[in-house]
Write a protein that binds this ligand. Structure first.
Ligand SMILES: CC(C)(COP(=O)(O)OP(=O)(O)OC[C@H]1O[C@@H](n2cnc3c(N)ncnc32)[C@H](O)[C@@H]1OP(=O)(O)O)[C@@H](O)C(=O)NCCC(=O)NCCS
Length: 185
């Protein structure tokens, strides 16, 4: 993908604390061809934290969720880098928003590939997901996080989310915040 295509796809550049530039853009049809590859590269731990259950392969249901999110006003976003010597694009993370089944509320999920975790990509992606949720008109965003997932809980707290232990399952924490249309995220 060249600079022209990047602009056409509304890609936005962000800088990580170590100075690396990453690009945020909507998920595209062509990315789905690489969905299995992206998933296969994730460690067992990352998959477990993301899906809160062992997930040996990408299921039709998860892929279906992603496709729906993509067509629902581009509510799926990826983070890419061009750090390779040949300047090819590498997808290093993805986030998606789906309606939560309650009026005005959406549910988010994030995944960063293992070798990029802990470098600030999750924080950048979280802010983008919140920005998009607000643009889509949601008034509340929430996510479900295992209580052992210190990384996601830290990202949520940085994004000024509240934390609530699920009364039916103390192992799961709901992270949530209100989205006011004109308040900066
Ligand atoms: C959770 C996840 C999205 C976080 O993204 P990330 O890129 O690793 O996180 P960042 O580097 O942006 O970290 C943001 C903050 O969290 C802290 N953090 C990150 N990982 C941490 C960990 N394992 N323990 C404690 N704090 C952690 C960082 O120190 C940073 O805080 P700081 O700015 O005060 O230094 C990513 O690790 C991931 O994909 N994990 C597996 C899948 C998953 O858990 N998805 C979430 C389900 S909703």
């Amino acid at each position: 993908m060249n600079l022209y295509q990047r602009i056409r796809d509304h890609s936005r550049a962000e800088h990580l604390p170590d100075g690396t530039t990453v690009y945020l853009r909507p998920l595209r049809d062509s990315d789905l061809e690489h969905a299995n590859e992206f998933f296969a590269a994730l460690s067992e731990r990352t998959r477990y934290l993301r899906f809160m259950a062992p997930m040996p392969q990408l299921t039709k249901e998860t892929l279906g969720d992603l496709i729906r999110a993509m067509y629902e006003s581009r509510s799926a976003v990826v983070v890419a880098t061009f750090e390779h010597a040949d300047r090819r694009e590498e997808l290093i993370g993805g986030g998606r928003i789906v309606p939560a089944g309650r009026r005005g509320t959406c549910e988010f999920a994030l995944t960063i590939v293992d070798r990029w975790q802990g470098r600030g990509v999750g924080g950048v992606l979280m802010r983008e997901v919140i920005r998009r949720a607000r643009l889509l008109g949601y008034r509340r965003i929430e996510g479900y996080v295992l209580n052992v997932n210190a990384g996601m809980l830290a990202v949520a707290q940085h994004a000024r989310m509240n934390l609530r232990v699920d009364p039916d399952d103390p192992g799961v924490i709901t992270v949530y915040r209100a989205l006011y249309p004109f308040v900066r995220g």
